[in-house]
Design a protein around this ligand. Sequence first.
Ligand code: TRP
Ligand code: SF4
Length: 427
Amino acid sequence: MNTLDPWGTVKIDNYYKLFEEFGISKFEELLEKIPNPHRYMRRHVIFGHRSYESVLSAMLSGKPFAAMSGFMPSGRAHLGHKMVMEEIIWHQQQGGDAFLAIADMEAHAVRGKTWKECRDLGINEYILSAIALGLEPSAHIYFQSRSKPVKDLAFELGIKANFSELSAIYGFNGETNIAHMISALTQSSDILHPQLADFGGPKPVVIPVGADQDPHIRLTRGLAYKVNMFFVEERMDAGKPYISVRGKSAPEEALKDISKRTGGKLYEEHVDIFKGEFQEVESTVREVELKYAGFAFMPPASTYHKFMTGLQGGKMSSSIPESHIALSEKPEEGAKKVMRAKTGGRVTLEEQSKMGGEPNKCTVYELLLYHLIEDDNELMEVYKDCVGGTRVCGNCKKYTAELMQLFLKDHQEKKELARERLKEFGL
Ligand code: TRP
Ligand code: SF4
């Protein structure tokens, strides 16, 4: 069985198992409807999603939507973090609101980082990189510890989260410190707060994550449902479909209002509606819920990307320097790491030209695919030449190392320019 543990090591043999085991949908099915798909989408690096349709339809019809993610300021930002940053930026470019949290409460509670370290790492590693990669000032960048709405909502969500549920997801036990638990709720609050009235109200929000983060998403979707006043559902009665709106803890007035607006039959804790479109009813219910000071959250959507392999094979991890390239890595050092990376080459040149290389097992190829070659045709050429045995690993590594060095140099120059612009981002 695949176990997904956001704070531990992850072993996922087969991503596609996730679809059945956890109810993640295939991203591929949405691909052709997306106007300018990001290279991670085109290249199936993003392979799964939950209710991304909601985001896509808002995007296509010019309605509000948002993308949000958070970064724990516990070390250096690396290429894996860059992936998430790019996904947020892409959604901003498609007209969405962008939210970027620095999870300083989590880093402080779970990793023992001081507040000062959190601040410095947050700015120098994550925020500057995100801006350098193209995040625009309309983005909401914030430190968890400084956001009152986020902390207040976390407390509210805590009412609906119990210890057993959190333990099942995060492996909490009697020894776990309470602030760690609070930081888990704060993450859910990060995810839901773009839908608060202060941030424009309920809307589709996508959280682009690595597959190991799915437990957070499921927890948060569950909490969204639990803190809402109403639950709308399609049901059957003697073969006849109808829409049921349930509101256990809803004020009587609010239920009456729903029955009046929809023409549905009013009961003590629910309204049954026999005519009208589901989506129409849903949006009426949302309006009423907001009028009576409910949250009316939509379940947050998510996309799942594959992880990059560590440069030596195995997992890419912040705690193993040789496994990753940091965005603040010296450009020459980045290039050296590429030269030392594990390839999909054969043992001898002769074998290589006879059998071809194995790009799908090559971390150098992965760097090109994920980060360094934007043009699909150009990448295709590399692939073909490798498989065809005309490409030699030594040269290929040199070429990739050069691109990496140029990228890092350029990125770091952009970070210094970004430093001058922090005020524009309210920082
Ligand atoms: N827990 C995440 C990590 O370990 C950081 C995080 C905080 C986050 N809030 C978030 C991620 C909201 C996604 C969405 O890196
Ligand atoms: Fe990897 Fe390039 Fe060697 Fe192919 S030729 S295995 S892509 S390093």
